[in-house]
Design a protein around this ligand. Structure first.
Ligand code: PHE
Length: 449
């Protein structure tokens, strides 16, 4: 029998899965959504969702993937033959398609900023000038589409070369370096005058700011940053060897993810308040604020460039996973098909993403449900498709996988699996689906009076 390609080491898998998880979600999206959704209270709800809802789902996806060693569609077919459950995988593929279409737009912004950094255009501006420069950059149709194209081309190239060769290698060195740079920015940010107000905004939860949207966005954000609900983690763990511990891997990914989100918030909010900027600037927040902070550090431009490059890596390793799950389904282990489908699908995603790229410039007045095309695509993915996928996975796992098999998968590789099994089972079977449904009913206004 053909031996399925596996991760070369446990670290390889964790790095790749963490690489998928940690990306624009934790570094770029988390701070701006926290900024528009009440700061500290958003952080608190986000952490609760991540631990109580996201983590059980992540373990669930790992079990589906590793127990079948199959892709996002075949795995469901094996566990629930002659049924429609493989719809979960198809939904995940559709979601990743839309997700990557606007994700690559932001990836493009990073690439353009790296280029600008090298040309000296990012040296020594004021916070207002940085804001203007970024606004000009993303509203230029040429720059934003070109950046998006380049980002997709890199993604396609790496995915077309196959999973262990591409993804694992690229994920190896990014994390520690990113942590160190974040610490540097945080130190500078916290020593700016007036920074404590930002710390207060980010760390002190104000209960009166809870709204149904805060809760919905925190839930969507927790799924988004963990890459759950789309069967990406099913696909990645299908390459995981039986010797490794699923809960251990899942917990380390969750912890790293929360840590990066907190670091990003600590880097940004103190500076926002110190510079007198607004925390609710939206998707432009990070790009407006961080260059200003780096500008206050000796040799700041060097650190800013290093940061942008690591940030790009984080975004790319997530993008790889989105394209990988689609290509894995189509290529079914055939290398020549992998090459072909990576390019076909990747280029299609690029084309579908062009309207999102234009929505900060020439198409900024095109609105869908009062949102720009970019924001509408993000809303569709984060707040509708991801929770729907997550809900279905939470129903599928306890219903379609036997308890013996669940126990076996969760306990192999370490003793913690047996200890947490009962709690995990209760969470995924009851808490996760109930919470997702309640959040929706709340958004629909069922609990209003
Ligand atoms: N987790 C990734 C990020 O935070 C985004 C992602 C979501 C990737 C779903 C794959 C699947 O950037």
């Amino acid at each position: 029998m053909e031996q399925k390609e596996q991760w070369s080491s446990k670290l390889g898998f964790i790095l790749a899965a963490a690489g998928s998880a940690i990306g624009l979600g934790a570094i770029w999206k988390f701070p701006y959504v926290a900024g528009t959704s009440g700061g500290g209270i958003f952080l608190l709800i986000f952490i609760l969702f991540t631990l109580l809802v996201g983590l059980p789902l992540l373990i669930g996806e790992f079990i589906i993937g590793r127990s079948t060693q199959k892709d996002a569609i075949e795995s469901y077919k094996e566990l629930a033959p002659n049924s429609s459950w493989h719809f979960i995988g198809r939904l995940g593929i559709f979601t990743c398609f839309i997700l990557l279409s606007f994700y690559s737009v932001v990836g493009g912004w990073i690439l353009i900023y790296i280029y600008k950094g090298f040309t000296g255009a990012l040296n020594g501006l004021t916070e207002v000038q940085y804001g203007t420069l970024f606004g000009e950059t993303i509203s230029s149709p040429f720059l934003s589409i070109f950046g998006q194209f380049l980002f997709m081309a890199i993604t396609i190239y790496v995915v077309s070369r196959g999973v262990t060769a591409g993804i694992e290698k690229a994920s190896q060195f990014m994390m520690p370096a990113l942590f160190i740079l974040f610490l540097l920015i945080i130190i500078r940010s916290l020593t700016l005058e007036g920074s404590m107000k930002g710390l207060e905004f980010f760390l002190n939860p104000d209960l009166s700011k809870i709204t149904s949207d805060t809760i919905l966005f925190a839930m969507g954000q927790s799924f988004f940053t963990l890459s759950v609900g789309v069967s990406v983690m099913v696909t990645y763990s299908s390459y995981l060897s039986k010797k490794e511990s699923i809960p251990q891997s899942a917990i380390s990914i969750v912890v790293m993810n929360i840590l990066v989100a907190v670091l990003a918030g600590l880097a940004i909010f103190p500076a926002v308040f110190s510079f007198g900027l607004k925390p609710d600037a939206g998707p432009v927040l990070l790009f407006n604020v961080l260059p200003t902070v780096f500008n206050q550090i000796p040799f700041g431009i060097v650190f800013l460039l290093a940061f942008l490059i690591l940030f790009l890596f984080a975004a790319l390793t997530s993008a790889f996973s989105m394209l990988e799950i689609i290509v894995a389904v189509l290529a079914k282990g055939d290398d020549s098909k992998r090459m072909k489908y990576s390019w076909i699908i990747g280029l299609l995603i690029f084309v579908v993403g062009v309207p999102s790229a234009l929505s900060y410039g020439v198409w900024s007045d095109v609105l869908i449900f009062k949102k720009s095309i970019f924001d509408a695509a993000d809303y569709l993915v984060s707040n509708l498709l991801l929770p729907l996928g997550a809900l279905l996975i939470a129903i599928f796992v306890p219903m379609k996988i036997s308890k013996e098999r669940l126990v076996e998968e969760i306990s192999s590789g370490s003793s913690i699996g047996k200890k947490i099994f009962a709690t995990w089972f209760l969470l995924i079977k009851y808490l996760v689906p109930v919470v997702i449904v309640i959040v929706y009913l709340d958004v629909l206004g069922v609990f209003d009076y």
